[in-house]
Ligand binder design. Sequence first.
Ligand code: BTN
Length: 271
Amino acid sequence: MAGHDNPGSTSCDLSEERIVSLLGPTLGPTPTLRVEPEVDSTNDHLARLRASGDAVDILIANAQSAGRGRRGRHWISPAGAGLYLSFFWPSDVPIRQRISLGLVAGLATAEAIEQSCGIGVGLKWPNDLQIHGRKLAGCLVEAGGTGNGPAAVIGIGINVDFANHAGPDQPWTDLVSVIGQRPDRNQLAAILINRLRANLDEFGQSGFAVMRQRWIQRDVLQGRCITAAGQGQATIHGRAAGLDESGHLLLDQDGRIHRLHAGEVTLQRPS
Ligand code: BTN
């Protein structure tokens, strides 16, 4: 398991030098990393930096004053309570593959937490991370074109220690509750960056299909009765039946298979 830092610490123990040293030998050039005590949203701040010509690849903040979640939700981001990280990916992945990018990021985050903290993490399509049905982390992928071509900003938020803070208004958990100690966020960040780079590299070369099996092993919806509310689609009820090669969620509605490429999924309560 990764080392841990002071229990209850909210001071900014995050350090650019330490994270870069923990990356070890990297695939390709060492990424340009910046740590800030507080920004509005790491996704927004990174996009602005890139637009102004600042070639930062990864931005991490100790706190966010206006952290954003999927579907316009607020992402609660108190100082020291989470890992708030955004990653610039200069790829021309088309909009319709944005869903796969969220899956790639979610898988990388689950694998990094597993490696760093020695626990198993579940994935709820499209890009929520859960433990025992409670949300631990989430990813927000956005277009981040800068005039030099299309690109994406991949934002990742991990709940680390919410003991002294009000959590989100949905069932949630944090790493301290699961592993009983505060993980070293520098080490977690370094492992996450390496995993994300490796998975994005694999995705860029071969697509989502090569990591589909690893995703499915962590799929918390598999075989469960779900309700899917799509963007501009009717609400559908059925049984979750895994993912296809492109990362679409398969929903079996009395033998008719629907492929969902976006939307919100909820588990149906047993009646
Ligand atoms: C979700 O599950 O709704 C996605 C949450 C994504 C939160 C992260 S925290 C770092 C980055 N900056 C943001 O404003 N949002 C993402």
